[in-house]
Design a protein around this ligand. Structure first.
Ligand code: ATP
Length: 350
């Protein structure tokens, strides 16, 4: 099957800074990729390179099987048929919402029906005459998205499109954007700092670190089988236990735990990653016990911090429980682990 987007071995340096190191990504038509990583890891540079606003030092980029960047090839941004939503949306302040949407369309297509359809698509019917300063942050983001989608681009690139929005609006707009993209069958890349956004929206997530793409996977595999311990800690919360692994089983103080991946060699001191929702709190009899230090309530769920017995030599453990459960500081509770865990070799000592 022909891929919508193929990025192969992309390199880009700014002076001494290697912003992209050997980045390769394949994305099928209609899929959404989230690019996740800490500040400065190269996310925007990757997006701008695909859009044609940045010229990589080497590598290739193909869209619909046609090379747009490579040796002796560098197709201009406006000829790549890409919709680009830059960081913070940024509308033209002197143009109305409708004129902003029409801006990227060829003159012949700049008619009311087309623009009204785009306004409807992003849930903004009837607001086309508003100027940008008369729109809320979320409405401006929707217009920026409609402007990017109006020319029916073959690929939509969004650089932290929701970064300026509060949590409620962010979640609602995320779903609207996803619906809009699905509706027109667009292939998309979204750059985000927000792991929840990446895991909930995307078909594939690429994790970047220091200019490298360290893992590209579907959200469930990325969460359950992170390629290394740093990714495990970056994508979701993790408790790290030290325990021996023998014959594909972790021998932990919580009992024997199955491994999520079967390619791990025996190791007498492996680092084992356990997610907060894998810890199950129960009665203190016949189990490893901990003492409740505090509970942080998030509404839908809560995180309980437990201090473990000193002789276990463990840090405090964080356990995700339903928001309805109540624990009092000082309570003693039993603890077990449910499900498969990932293990990693101990980090090399320098
Ligand atoms: P953020 O999440 O903060 O937006 P990012 O992951 O998008 O960061 P990039 O903007 O791609 O990161 O930057 C990657 C690296 O390249 C950073 O070290 C940055 O300082 C550097 N960089 C980016 N653009 C330029 C430029 N035009 N000139 C010099 N250095 C640059």
């Amino acid at each position: 099957m022909q891929r919508k987007l193929e990025v192969q071995a992309l390199h880009k340096a700014f002076g001494d800074v290697q912003a992209l190191k050997n980045v390769s990504i394949n994305l099928d038509a209609g899929n959404m990729l989230a690019v996740l990583g800490p500040s400065g890891c190269g996310k925007t540079t990757l997006l701008r390179s695909i859009a044609g606003f940045e010229t990589p030092d080497s590598g290739t980029i193909s869209i619909d099987g046609k090379m747009v960047f490579g040796p002796r090839t560098n197709v201009k941004p406006e000829r790549r048929r890409i919709g680009y939503v830059p960081q913070d949306g940024v509308l033209f302040p002197h143009l109305s919402a409708a004129q902003n949407i029409g801006f990227g369309l060829p003159k012949a297509q700049r008619h009311h029906d087309r623009i009204n359809n785009m306004l409807a698509l992003v849930g903004m019917s009837g607001l086309g005459d508003r100027m940008p300063h008369e729109l809320s942050g979320g409405q401006q983001q929707r217009i920026a998205l409609a402007r990017a989608l109006a020319p029916s681009p073959s690929l939509v690139l969004m650089d932290e499109p929701f970064s300026a929005l509060d949590a409620g609006l962010r979640a609602a707009l995320r779903q609207d954007v996803k619906n809009s993209l699905d509706h027109i069958g667009a292939t998309a890349i979204i750059v985000t700092h927000d792991q929840e956004e990446a895991l909930s929206m995307a078909d594939l997530v690429a994790v970047m670190r220091n200019g490298e793409c360290v893992q590209v996977d579907d959200p469930i595999s990325l969460y359950k089988r992170p390629a290394d311990m740093d990714i495990a800690r970056f994508v979701g919360e993790a408790t790290i236990l030290q325990a021996p692994v023998m014959g594909g089983t972790v021998h932990s103080p919580f009992g024997q735990l199955p491994l999520a991946s079967n390619d791990f060699c025996d190791c007498h001191n492996a680092y084992v990653v356990v997610r907060p929702e894998q810890f199950i709190i129960g009665q203190p009899d016949n189990q490893i016990c901990g003492q409740v230090v505090r509970t942080v309530f998030y509404g839908h769920d809560a995180m309980v911090c437990l201090k473990m017995d000193d002789k276990l030599g463990m840090d405090n453990i964080h356990v995700r429980v339903s928001g309805a459960q109540r624990f009092t500081p000082g309570d003693t509770v039993g603890l077990k682990i449910d499900g498969e865990v990932m293990a990693y070799a101990p980090p090399a000592v320098a």
